[in-house]
Every structure is written in C-alpha cells, then in structure tokens.
Design a binder for this molecule. Structure first.
Ligand SMILES: Cc1cc2nc3c(=O)[nH]c(=O)nc-3n(C[C@H](O)[C@H](O)[C@H](O)COP(=O)(O)OP(=O)(O)OC[C@H]3O[C@@H](n4cnc5c(N)ncnc54)[C@H](O)[C@@H]3O)c2cc1C
Length: 412
C-alpha cells in the first residue's frame, strides 16, 4: 500500500462526475486539502450527453463557483408546457423568476455542465491548489476502517478523507451500508433518448409552411415541452433546447411492458435502443415524429430505476455524495441539483477542518442535515412516477397544470 505524503489532508474523490467534480471545485480553495479525483473513464472517452434542468438551488451553486449561464450554454427555461399530439395546449406553468432576475431554470447538457465544473476543479487559475484527476482508475473496493482505496490493477492508496462520488453503481456505497439494503430497482418506465442539432429538428417538424404550434420556439424564453398522446399509453415526448439553443434534447417515455424485449432493458444512459421499436410504440404520433426519428442516427434506451433512501451516508472518514448516496428517478429533474447541493454542503462543513480527527464528526453532521433532505427529494420523485403510472392519474395531471399539480398529487 502506498501512503500519500505530507501534512496536508489527503482527499480522494472516487468518480469524476457532476458530484465529484463539484466537490473538488469547492474544496480546492482550502490550503489544507490535497485533492485527487480517481475516475474510471479514460481521458479521451466521449461524454454521452443529454439534457438536464437546473433549478434554483443548482443555479445558485453554479454561480457560487463563478459559472454563468453563458459559459454552460444554458437556455433560459421559463417553465413547462404540455400539448396534445393535435397541437392543443393542455397546460402551461410558468415558474417564478429568481430574485436576481435570472430565468427560473437553466436547460443545459450534462457535458457542458461537467466541462465547466472540470475547469473550476482542475485549472491552475483559481483559488488554492488545483485538484488532480487520475483517469483509468477503476476502484473495486474501499475500506473505511483503514481509509484504503483498492484499484482493479491490485494497487491501493490511503486517504484521510474518501468522498464516494461514483454514481448509482457505487462501489464505495457497499462499504458503508448493510448488504441487506435493497439495490436500485426498475420503476416500470423507460426513456428513449436522443439529441439532434436544432436546425435539423426544426426542419424535420415542419411540413411545408406549417410548423406545429408547440415547436414555434423563442430563443429568449424556452419551455420544457411535453407532447402527450393522452390515450393512457404513457407516450409522452419531452424536449427542450440546450448547448446554446443549438441542440434539441428529446426523451420519449414508455411503459417497460410496451418494449418488445422488456427483460433486455438496461439501467444505462448509454444503452442502445431500437428506432423501429420507438416508431411502433409511438405509432399514434403525427408524421413530424417519424420525420424527426428519420434524422436520428441512433437512439438510447434508459430504464428508470431508483433506490430506497439509505440508512447512512458515511463511515469514519468515508462519505457518499451524488447518485452513490441518493440515486433518484429523473422525473423530478433533481439528480444534478442534488449532486451540486452535496458538494456545497461539504464546502460549508469542511472549510475549517485542519485536524483529520475532526473529519468524522463533521461527516456525521453533514449526514444529519443532507440525508433527510435528499431522502425527501427521492420520495417526491417517486410520487411523480406513480402519478404517471396509470391512465387515470395521467389524465388528472394532463388536464391540469403539469408539475405544479404533480407536486400536489405527489404530496410535496
Ligand atoms: C451519461 C449520463 C447521462 C445522464 N443523463 C441524465 C439526464 O438526462 N437527466 C437526469 O436527470 N440525470 C441524468 N443523469 C444522471 C445525473 O447526471 C446524475 O444524477 C448526476 O450527474 C449525479 O452525479 P454523480 O456525480 O453522482 O454521478 P455520475 O454523474 O453518474 O458520475 C459518477 C462518476 O463515477 C465514475 N465511476 C463509476 N464507478 C467508478 C469506479 N468504480 N471507479 C472510479 N470511477 C467510477 C463514473 O465513470 C462517473 O464519471 C445522467 C448520468 C449519466 C452518467
């Protein structure tokens, strides 16, 4: 085992996703920490991107890190609109503007968000020491009793603080929670996903002079747009712009049972889907849908899973953050927001720690504050899933203001 040197507090972050990069971006300014991020991917691995919505908490945290809406190419999101496939507006809900006059949401791609966090965490500019990132580091096991991290290549290191930010399939999690805790499980809904250049998308939805009313966009004010079949099939397309309005992010919801081979559904944002299957399931959608699909090189198919809230987030000097701590259904658009809140929480609690023996007490405090809030967010997202899971519930939602009503139905 190699022990990392110096009197500084050695911080090892397992996973360079949104939570891990954000934690490093916050903690690097404190001189007592030497931060290394261990990331399984190779440096040149392409990010399989998709859209995300950042709400108030997430936006404010980005601004604390000095990241502007322009830097991440976020479209200003005003709220939600739901249309039927026949172009009737079912509902519009506008979210209140932030006190700083900013739009209520940032609609952006995961890749742009991660790039900005990466720059804040690792750039030579900025306060404190830049975090190091070691790619191709596959962690197989962590031992919180000794503060040891074991890698797939049979090496190991010691760290004074281990931050497990290794996502939903976390290896760090299994070192902290009992084996008997249920693993993440399917909730019955999957999403077909793809992104298209905005120009290609706009050309495809147009037929001659007619652009369906829901696709008459305004760059200064974007909506998360839902187009619903309203027949109980759960065929609802959700789309919004990102990457500086240059790209359209699209997700199409299906019941798992409508997939031809439901047993093959995978929990992976990168799993391949079958375009022909999506066309068949969305057969009731108008011609514009087929024209859009014809422009898409390939579609991804992601089975939505979630996990029961964990009983604890830390052991000694090892702590879980992000999806490793609270894997969440994406229907509430909270995965990235919660990951950013975790990083900000660690910033507040670890700022003045200079004695490694104090870390565990601070993590206990962090656990007592963050765990109830993150667990409540997980339960709320489950409420969203259940309101979408039957025709009667969908009708209630679609007939009223979406999301606002969903919150009511979900008991938020
Ligand atoms: C490709 C992708 C697309 C997504 N798209 C959406 C979306 O459209 N909408 C939405 O709401 N949420 C989406 N999410 C989820 C959302 O981004 C997460 O909720 C949020 O990013 C939480 O961040 P995280 O850092 O905890 O996890 P992640 O962003 O998943 O990061 C985990 C990191 O840990 C690394 N890692 C995993 N295991 C190991 C290991 N053993 N050793 C070392 N490193 C490891 C991974 O390579 C990854 O970089 C997506 C996630 C991914 C991965």
């Amino acid at each position: 085992m190699t022990r990392t040197s110096s009197n500084a507090i050695e911080v090892a972050i397992v996973g360079g996703g949104i939570a891990g990069l954000a934690a490093a971006a916050f903690l690097r300014k404190y001189p007592q920490y030497n931060i290394t991020i261990f990331e399984r991917r190779r440096e040149d691995d392409e990010e399989h991107s998709s859209g995300l919505a950042l709400r108030d908490g997430g936006k404010a945290i980005m601004k604390k890190l000095g990241i502007t809406r322009e830097e991440v190419g976020a479209s200003p999101g005003a709220g939600y609109r739901t249309y039927t496939i026949n172009e009737d507006l079912l509902a519009e809900s506008r979210l209140p503007e932030g006190s700083d006059g900013d739009s209520p949401m940032w609609l952006l791609s995961r890749g742009d968000l991660k790039d900005a966090l990466f720059r804040r965490a690792t750039s030579e500019d900025g306060k404190g020491k830049p975090a190091k990132i070691v790619y191709n580091s596959h962690i197989v096991r962590v031992d919180p009793d000794t503060g040891t991290i074991h890698f797939a290549n049979a090496t190991s290191i010691h760290a004074d603080l281990i931050i497990g930010a290794d996502g939903i399939h976390s290896k760090v999690r299994s070192a902290i929670i009992p084996e008997s805790h249920p693993q993440p499980a399917p909730c019955g809904i999957s999403l077909y996903r793809f992104m298209l250049p905005m120009e290609t998308f706009e050309n495809a939805v147009k037929a001659g002079d007619h652009t369906p009313v829901m696709f008459q966009f305004n760059e200064d004010e974007s909506f998360i747009l839902m187009v619903a079949a309203t027949d109980g099939s759960n065929c609802t397309l959700c789309c919004y712009p990102c990457e500086g309005h240059k790209t359209m992010n699209v997700a199409c919801g299906i019941f798992d049972s409508s997939a031809q081979t439901p047993e093959e559904l995978e929990y992976s944002w990168q799993a391949k889907g079958k375009k022909e299957e999506l066309k068949a399931i969305y057969h009731m959608f108008p011609e514009w849908f087929t024209r859009v699909l014809d422009q898409v090189p390939e579609v991804a198919l992601f089975q939505i899973r979630d996990q029961d809230p964990l009983p604890i987030y830390f052991k000694h000097q090892t702590v879980l953050i992000g999806d490793a701590a609270h894997a969440i259904l994406p229907l509430g658009a909270q995965g990235a927001n919660q990951a950013l809140e975790d990083a900000e929480g660690l910033d507040a609690l670890l700022a003045d720690v200079t004695d490694v023996n104090k870390i565990s007490d601070r993590l206990a405090l962090w656990d007592s504050i963050r765990r109830p809030r993150a667990a409540a967010t997980q339960r709320t997202a489950r409420g969203f899933e259940s309101v979408l899971s039957s025709k009667a519930n969908q009708d209630k939602v679609l007939a009223s203001k979406p999301f606002v009503e969903m919150r009511v139905l979900a008991g938020m």
